[in-house]
Design a binder for this molecule. Structure first.
Ligand code: NAD
Length: 480
């Protein structure tokens, strides 16, 4: 079996204790590779390498940092098919999605920050005729980047690209459930000539390797994407150490559909925003609110199209929904479907595990599921399920739907469907989410601030926000 090794100080290396665990291919339900089960000592080595590399890397001119990053982006593009296949096998997503979304976006993340640093400027403030203040941005030092399993290489690169571009050195940990593409990525970094120690990738479980990163005194900032419960642990550990924190956490996103929407676009896009990547995207709209005059028509059409979705082998190009990322996650989603039944919901479509035949007979597949008849306050509508499960609820007024939309502890993303521009602005202003899409979903411009309100996170990624996060600001005041 292939071994997924750590990448420390420019070298692929086994964990010090020599321990490994299996990673599972969720489409066949079987182990297919061994993952380094790293601990504190491996993290300490990675931090030491990053600390040694920091002075030189942070002093490397932006154009040289940029050139190496561009080379890495080119190598990702060269290996598109190989990386997409690896992502699909490791995560369960359709290979077609990995080819169209995950891997191109990983290359785009790197290119974006490789070029952004060529266009940086800093602020100056003139105090009457008496003084000039200017702001310096300096890389914070060694930083920790921790990412989840749903969009593995996409979210991994979304963190490390701005960190490295800004001149920081990095100790990163991908999810233990989907470590393969980060491992392949470390080989591309070596091929591209990234200096030793600039990026160190430590594989292992969150409570051990991840926790060791959070706790390490020399790590100055933590950029984390994952669940809200883990975010709380990280904040509790890193907060008292006064580390900079960027937390991108869970969501329970409302999808608000008004009668005056473009019906065809609203239905077609809602199918995507509900079930893309098996609903395992933090931005998926899991609570669909439909204005009452349109409710029956929407439910009928949405259900018909959901029924037509193909749950199947992720390697089959025709598949719409692949495997759920892990058996534990499948069990969790099924338990929420059962909860919805207990709470009085009606499963109008799906609700069951899918048993495929042939190669994928033991895989973790689930029907795309639609639930109606629930109140906005029940647990099914308040807690993140993170799977191909949506609820649909009617509403009568804007005021009412805003109350429903804003009723959870989350505030990541919202989608609004209306052809009335005034209404779009009004509702967008009142919905408590860090990201609002009007008449579209997951339409991304990497320059925009990305992140959540309330328990969906702290801080923003994207654009110059992320570069700023990885730098310290210093004001220099010169008296004239
Ligand atoms: P998770 O919180 O279980 O794990 C995320 C990462 O944190 C993994 O690498 C894990 O090993 C690590 N980790 C776990 N415990 C840790 C600890 N004590 N210290 C340090 N690291 C630790 O999340 P997940 O199940 O991998 O991902 C799903 C969650 O991520 C969902 O809640 C989803 O909404 C969220 N998510 C959010 C965004 C966003 O941008 N807001 C994007 C994608 C996913």
């Amino acid at each position: 079996m292939d071994k997924i090794l750590n990448y420390i100080n420019g070298i692929l290396t086994e964990p010090i204790e020599g321990k490994f665990f299996h990673t599972i291919n969720p489409a066949i339900g079987k182990p297919y590779a061994l993952v380094s089960d790293s601990d504190k000592a491996d993290v300490a080595n990675a931090v030491a390498a990053a600390s040694v590399a920091f002075p030189k890397w942070s002093a490397t001119p932006a154009r040289d940092r940029s050139a190496i990053l561009i080379k890495i982006a080119e190598l990702i593009e060269r290996d598109l098919d190989k990386l997409a296949l690896a992502e699909s096998i490791d995560q369960g997503k359709p290979v077609a999605l990995a080819k169209a979304l995950d891997i191109p976006r990983a290359a785009a993340n790197i290119r974006f920050y490789a070029t952004a640093i060529l266009h940086e400027s800093s602020e100056a403030h003139f105090t009457n005729q008496e003084a000039i203040n200017y702001t310096q941005h300096t890389p914070v030092g060694v930083v920790g980047c921790i990412s989840p399993w749903n969009l593995p290489l996409y979210l991994f690169t979304w963190k490390i690209a701005p960190a490295i571009a800004a001149g920081c050195t990095v100790v990163a940990k991908p999810s233990e459930i989907t470590p393969m593409t980060a491992y392949l990525f470390s080989k591309l970094c070596i091929e591209a000539g990234l200096p030793a120690g600039v990026l160190n990738i430590v594989h292992g479980v969150g409570a051990k390797a991840g926790q060791a990163i959070i706790e390490h005194a020399e790590i100055k900032a933590i950029s984390f994407t994952g669940g809200t419960a883990t975010g709380k642990i990280i904040a509790a550990t890193a907060g008292p150490m006064f580390k900079k924190l960027s937390l991108e956490l869970g969501g329970k996103n409302p999808n608000i559909i008004f009668t005056d929407c473009d019906f065809e676009k609203a239905v077609a896009t809602s199918i995507q925003s509900s079930f893309s990547n098996q609903g395992e995207i933090c931005l998926c709209g899991s609570r669909i609110f439909v204005e009452r005059p349109l409710y029956e028509k929407f439910v009928t059409e949405f259900t018909t199209r959901t029924k037509a979705l193909i749950v199947g082998d992720p390697l089959d190009e025709k598949t719409n929904l692949g495997a759920i990322a892990s058996e534990a996650h499948l069990t969790k989603i099924l338990s929420y479907i059962e909860l919805a039944r207990q709470e009085g919901g009606t499963i109008i479509q799906g609700g069951n595990q899918v048993k495929l035949i042939g190669r994928c007979a033991e895989g973790y597949f689930l029907e795309p599921t639609i639930i109606t008849g629930l109140s906005h306050t029940c647990r099914t509508n308040q807690e993140e399920i993170f799977g191909p499960v949506v609820t649909i609820m009617p509403f009568d007024t804007e005021e009412e739907v805003l109350k429903y939309a804003n009723s959870t502890t989350y505030g990541l993303a919202a989608t609004i469907w209306t052809e009335n521009l005034t209404r779009a602005h009004r509702v967008a202003a009142k919905v408590n989410s860090g990201i609002v899409w009007v008449n579209c979903w997951l339409f991304r411009d990497l320059r925009t601030p990305f992140g959540g309100m309330k328990q969906s996170g702290i801080g923003r990624e994207g654009g110059f926000e992320a570069l700023k996060f990885f730098t310290d600001e210093k004001n220099v005041c010169i008296k004239l």
